[in-house]
Design a protein around this ligand. Structure first.
Ligand SMILES: O=C(CO)COP(=O)(O)O
Length: 248
């Protein structure tokens, strides 16, 4: 059995004060023993988050990292810095990185290799745009994203995949449970053909306008093993309800 994982992606939101109050809300939640939990704040709040959440059962992750280990890369953050800050996971290839920073599969493959070497769990994000879905290309796009980042890796320890259709992110338009399940089944099938991946053991998260009101139905799908939550993760009570939905 795959253990569910609910992760919050806080994106570029918050201040020291608002993050403090969100963290204190999270630490008051009744933790489900059967669900793995994580939050991914901005880099500048990582230390604040790890200090507040140590021992809480909620892991801390980052939203991105550099593919290289150190050196003259102004503005970048290395994976070893994330380990030093107490991070356990890192998002790789979120659609907002792909779109606003032109991150392509070759770069994402390098990032993935770097983080795995350091023992961080990579959460590889994949997903098609509305135009790609309407053109009937969704599976092909997602398949290429998977193979582009995962082929020829020497290790994929701890790999998690997040399927986030771009048209469902921040739009209030969630994929139906059937649409999400169909893509997750496709992803699991594709993973089975990639060396070094145990398709049946890899957790596949759904992301895109997940909230308490739609989480139960999504989590009831056989290939949906949790969620990567954006907006709803900024509200501790709502996030708590999503965790409860994953606990069943
Ligand atoms: O991009 C997402 C999580 O990484 C999803 O964001 P929303 O839940 O706000 O749609």
């Amino acid at each position: 059995m795959r253990r569910p994982l609910v992760a919050g992606n806080w994106k570029m939101n918050g201040s020291i004060a608002s993050v403090d109050s969100l963290l204190s809300g999270l630490s008051q939640l009744k933790m489900a023993k059967t669900v793995d939990l994580a939050v991914c704040p901005s880099f500048v709040f990582l230390q604040q988050a790890t200090a507040a959440l140590t021992g809480s059962g909620i892991k801390v992750g980052a939203q991105d990292c550099s593919p290289v280990s150190d050196g003259a890369y102004t503005g970048d953050i290395s994976a070893s810095m994330l380990v030093d800050q107490g991070c356990a996971l890192v998002l790789i290839g979120h659609s907002e990185r792909r779109e606003y920073h032109q991150e392509g599969d070759a770069l994402l493959a390098e990032k993935l290799a770097t983080v795995v070497t350091l023992g961080l769990a990579p959460v590889l994000c994949v997903g098609e745009t509305r135009e790609q879905r309407e053109a009937g290309d969704a599976e092909q796009v997602v398949g290429e994203q998977l193979r582009g980042a995962l082929m020829n890796q020497s290790s994929l320890e701890g790999l998690v995949i997040a399927y986030e259709p771009v048209w469902a992110i921040g739009t209030g338009l969630t994929a139906t449970p059937e649409q999400a399940q169909a893509m997750h089944a496709y992803i699991r099938n594709e993973l089975a053909s990639i060396e070094g991946v145990s398709a049946n053991e890899t957790r596949l998260l759904y992301g895109g306008s997940v909230k308490a009101a739609n989480a139960v139905e999504l989590f009831a799908q056989p290939d949906i093993d949790g969620a990567l939550v954006g907006g709803a993760a900024l509200d501790a009570v709502e996030f708590g309800k999503i965790i409860d939905a994953a606990a069943g």
